[in-house]
Design a protein around this ligand. Sequence first.
Ligand code: FMN
Length: 422
Amino acid sequence: MKLEDFSFRLGNKELKPLIIGGMGVNISTREMALEAARLGGIGHISDAMLPSVCDKILGTNFTSKKAKAQRIYMNSIDKSQDVISSEMLREAALLYTRPIMEQKKGDGLVFVNCMEKLTMNDPLRTLKARLNALMDAGIDGITLGAGLHMASLSLMEDNPRFRDVKIGIMVSSVRALKLFLRRATKHNRMPDYVIVEGPLAGGHLGFGMDWANYSLMPIFKEVKEFLANEGHPDIPVIAAGGIFTGSDAVEFMKAGAAAVQVATRFTVAQESGLPHDVKQAYFNAKPEDIEVNTISTTGYPMRMLKYSPAIGSAVRPNCETYGYLLEEGKCSYLTAWLDAAGGTFDGPTPKCVQSKTCLCTQMRNFKVWTCGAKASRLHETSVRGSDGLWVEPSTEHIFNDYMKSENGEIAVPSLKDQAVPA
Ligand SMILES: Cc1cc2nc3c(=O)[nH]c(=O)nc-3n(C[C@H](O)[C@H](O)[C@H](O)COP(=O)(O)O)c2cc1C
């Protein structure tokens, strides 16, 4: 059987059962999400650091405006006044998302991945601004990730689109889903889908450093069983994390998945936002090059290539410019950096900060090379040119390979598919 033998019914929509997961910051680009939608599946953009993404690709100046306004706190170790305005978040979300929804073609959908952990010193106000702007911009669906999202439904419920936009929650355990469903019941608004992300995924993990003791299939089955017992057997459950081939996907479809969500295969796509040289590093990754560490300031473990330039970097904290991870004036990188710098911004810059990374700066600059556990198989998905460089397959190629592959096979692109100079 092939993935194309299945379909994904979401409300009144019939979709291809393949979802490209959100990859922040702007790794799952709007071009990639639009391709997934054109091909009949679902593509995610990410709303992480959208003001900065807009500056880069639309030429706005949100970041410098914020930095200018916050300059007075540059040398202060108290960052509690470092905030980002709701208007700026809203403007960036509208500017970025509206044209995507206008350009969308085909039978598929474009969703956004919204990470709760981007706390910005005022979690509820900023999350409310983000979620509502995304709905107002016409996004088809919102996947709530990186957090329990206990308040998200109440932050959205006054929006006229609250009952029409698709809302999904990403969980790694029944326990997390239980908590969310209690809130959903209160709002009489069940999630339209549940994504179960296992421990082999890329990005942040919903597990501790004991992630290796878990595996996706049993958790997926537990979630299915729990929903059925709670009287919600019809909520689509989507499996994510380590699904590398169409055959891996079929295994989950046979176990009752409504669809699968994948990401790592698409990090090296032509439409991926990663720089070309970083995609080559992903292609060349070996199993021993991939680690799960705790350098992320979100508090969640994160999987990445162990030679990611962000690891050990002592870049000056950039809270005035970004500040997406501040919580009550604090960020664990700020603390680690200040420890290394003798507790002040006035002295020399430390040479190395090992325990944490400035996630804002490093994600924005593509220096955290996060990937799923199967990234060491990316070399199986392409061919090398005479210059030794790997060909970047198109999003369409990878999408179709997932849909059509059998027996664990992977169709590689041909050399003439190289559309971009590496
Ligand atoms: C490069 C990369 C960046 C990611 N960024 C995010 C993110 O910003 N938010 C999120 O919820 N998940 C993120 N993820 C997780 C994916 O959306 C997806 O659920 C998961 O990686 C699927 O597993 P796979 O990569 O093994 O296919 C990221 C994954 C990768 C590979």
